[in-house]
Design a protein around this ligand. Structure first.
Ligand code: G3I
Length: 324
């Protein structure tokens, strides 16, 4: 089968997704139709896009993504409700007390989750609450409410949509290190409040070689599997939510082969873990990846090149899926 999501379904899992920014590129629609049965709105559902000032909700952009999913019969991994980034100043610097901030959180969650109730397959309820050493990241949420902001956010999301699968999502969880243990503790914390959490998202912004911003190549397959098990064994689903595998550019044939092997073992690690229900690659073409703009001199991280040709990484990824 030369379709990523069909191969994934054949393996008994749920989805293969892409990050989606709707743009004027005919090839993207074709590729989505052929390869993906899920997408994550890349920016349109974030707080700064949906509630730029208090209780002033703007849904023109996000609604296009909901409509796109319905029209094309795609799952949506909705992204995201509570995050320190792409959060407007009125929230992050508002100086609100605990009670007021919780009411602001509730109003935001209620409005988004209710509006997209029939559309969101999954929600990233809380995004990136952890530092790399496993302590909580300082943010308006943590600094004002304490760690209870996590169970509170999940309780509220479930209150307004009890069907969507609710996820905690973070990066650098793939190394099975302190941060992975901390994510496992977040699952336990939320459950200890008697609140539902369905899954953990492992972003998987990885690299195929040492780069100025990557500690090294992506972990080996056993480490990836152990990292997934760390939270899955707590009784939740796991998903790779934002896969990309960057390198120092320009790409060479040799580097692209290493990247293909990296994509293959990422996919194989998911297929080796029963509770890994799906994987999302963070974009389609290298032409639009976020990496070169943020990490100078790095890129070529996706599985289609700048001209929408399949890279070796496409086949590596597919082979990894087929290994299941
Ligand atoms: O839309 C404006 C445009 O009007 C303006 O002219 C331009 C100038 O800066 O900015 C445009 O907004 C940019 C937006 O992407 C849309 O392109 C923002 O500056 C830019 O910051 C934003 O970057 C996004 C980034 O999150 C922000 O944190 C990336 O597209 C998006 O891929 C990235 O995704 C995140 C996940 O949400 C969470 N995990 C990490 C991942 C990668 O950073």
């Amino acid at each position: 089968d030369d379709s990523l999501y069909k191969a994934m379904k054949k393996a008994g899992r749920s989805f293969i997704g892409t990050a989606l920014t709707i743009r004027n590129e005919t090839r993207e629609g074709e590729i989505i139709k052929q390869e993906f049965n899920s997408f994550t709105p890349e920016n349109s559902m974030k707080w700064e896009s949906t509630e730029p000032s208090r209780n002033n909700f703007t849904f023109e952009d996000a609604d296009r993504y909901a409509a796109y999913a319905k029209k094309n019969n795609l799952q949506i991994h909705c992204h995201n409700l509570v995050w320190h980034s792409q959060l407007p100043e009125w929230v992050s610097n508002g100086g609100f007390d605990n009670k007021t901030l919780i009411s602001i959180m509730e109003n935001h969650i209620k409005t988004l989750v209710t509006r997209y109730k029939s559309v969101c397959t999954r929600w990233d309820v809380v995004n990136e609450a952890l530092n790399d050493n496993g302590t909580y990241r300082s943010s308006v949420w943590y600094d004002t409410i304490g760690e209870a902001f996590l169970p509170i956010a999940f309780r509220l999301a479930n209150k307004y949509d009890n069907k969507a699968k609710l996820f905690y999502n973070d990066y650098n969880l793939e190394y099975n290190d302190n941060k992975t243990v901390a994510a496992k503790n977040i699952v336990k914390l939320i459950k200890s409040y008697g609140v539902k959490i369905n899954g953990v998202g492992y972003q998987a912004h990885l690299a195929s070689e040492v780069t100025p911003t990557a500690p090294g190549p992506a972990p080996d397959q056993k480490t990836l599997e152990a990292a997934l098990h760390a939270t899955a064994d707590e009784g939740v689903d796991v998903v790779y939510t934002e896969i990309d595998v960057r390198m120092n550019t320009p790409a060479t044939a040799e580097k692209l082969a290493v990247q293909a092997a990296t994509y293959e073992r990422i996919a194989a690690s998911c297929l080796a873990v029963k509770r890994c229900i799906g994987m999302t690659v963070w974009g389609i073409s290298d032409k639009y990846s976020w990496i070169p703009g943020v990490f100078t001199g790095e890129g070529a991280a996706l599985i289609w090149d700048e001209n929408y040709n399949k890279k070796p990484a496409y086949n590596g990824f597919l082979e990894g899926i087929n290994s299941g």
